[in-house]
Design a protein. Structure first.
Length: 322
């Protein structure tokens, strides 16, 4: 857990100290009484200023201090404001007004505290999400419904080579290479229907002009009313991964061709001894440096039967390589 430090830490300690919190609740009721005394316009509405003190106390210091502020405010209203003043004696109608004040104050204190807790949790979640986005190695950016970039994390700076200040406010189409079909309108059309786009391989353009292949995930961004107001995208470079996959597939094809060539050479050598080396040069000319036509002529000259057999089987090997 990360510990707070500095002024924020001092504020947290102060809020967590029970004596200070409840002392602040009593002070709030005293301040409300002072405001009522000094502001004649409030003399006809004494409950308003005390209710405000209860709400502020509950919101900042908690529900318990809010209840104490309610009790202290009720006593202050009874003794200093309601007739007869400077006495705790009340008539039936004054008791009814005071009971209503207690009920409303307790309800307001509970609601104010819950609202504060919800806002605090929302703020924490927002800070956590911002921290995750900032520290992510992936390129994370958001854009509005017009395709204008509204946020750009450090991962996007590293991937696309463009600083945040340069990217925000520009159209996201700046990442699409010239001459390549712009798939962004189609993405927005799908996002407008609420469809997320998962792991879509696209070519993107870095600031220095180099093209990279990225794995792109997009999701709609909604406002508090549930309306789609933009899109968020997460991308990471898969260029090296694709090149490695292509090399692996090519090696697998060459290995398959080599196995077929060995099998063909074995069959031909059984009928024509000494022809197997020439068969390999026919099927895998890259390994010998000989063109296919030269290898075929040499094989036909050495053994016409072996050459014709190899020529008949070569298309099968070519299909495996291609």
């Amino acid at each position: 857990m990360v510990e707070a430090s500095g002024p924020n830490a001092a504020g947290c300690v102060w809020l967590q100290n029970r004596v200070m919190r409840y002392s602040a609740a009593l002070a709030a009721s005293g301040i409300a009484l002072g405001v009522w005394s000094l502001w004649p316009a409030l003399h006809d509405l004494p409950f308003i200023v005390f209710l405000a003190a209860v709400v502020v106390t509950a919101r900042i210091f908690g529900f318990g201090p809010g209840l104490l502020c309610t009790l202290a405010s009720g006593l202050a209203i009874d003794y200093f404001i309601l007739d007869p003043r400077f006495s705790f004696y009340l008539g039936r109608s004054e008791w009814a007004r005071l009971i209503v004040f207690f009920g409303v104050s307790v309800l307001a204190a509970g609601l104010a505290r819950k609202r504060w807790q919800a806002e605090t949790r929302a703020g924490q979640i927002q800070r956590w999400m911002a921290s995750i986005v900032e520290s992510s190695a992936d390129a994370i950016l958001t854009k509005d419904k017009n395709g204008i970039i509204t946020s750009w994390n450090p991962g996007a700076e590293r991937l696309y080579g463009c600083a945040t200040a340069e990217a925000i406010g520009r159209p996201v189409s700046m990442l699409v290479p010239l001459g390549q079909p712009d798939e962004i309108p189609g993405f927005f059309e799908r996002l407008g229907r609420g469809e997320p786009i998962q792991h879509h391989a696209v070519v993107r353009l870095r600031k220095d002009g180099t093209r990279i292949l990225v794995d792109l995930c997009l999701s709609p961004v909604r406002d508090q009313h549930g309306e789609i107001v933009g899109a968020a995208s997460i991308a990471h470079d898969i260029s090296l991964q694709r090149r490695a996959e292509e090399a692996l597939r090519r090696n697998e094809k060459l290995a398959t061709a080599g196995r077929m060539a060995a099998a063909v050479a074995h069959e031909i050598s059984r009928s024509t001894p000494g022809a197997s080396g020439t068969v390999f040069s026919l099927f895998l000319p890259e390994s010998t440096g000989k063109p296919v036509s030269d290898a075929l002529r040499a094989l036909l000259a050495d053994s016409p039967a072996a050459g014709l057999s190899a020529l008949a089987l070569k298309p099968r090997v070519d299909r495996k390589i291609s």
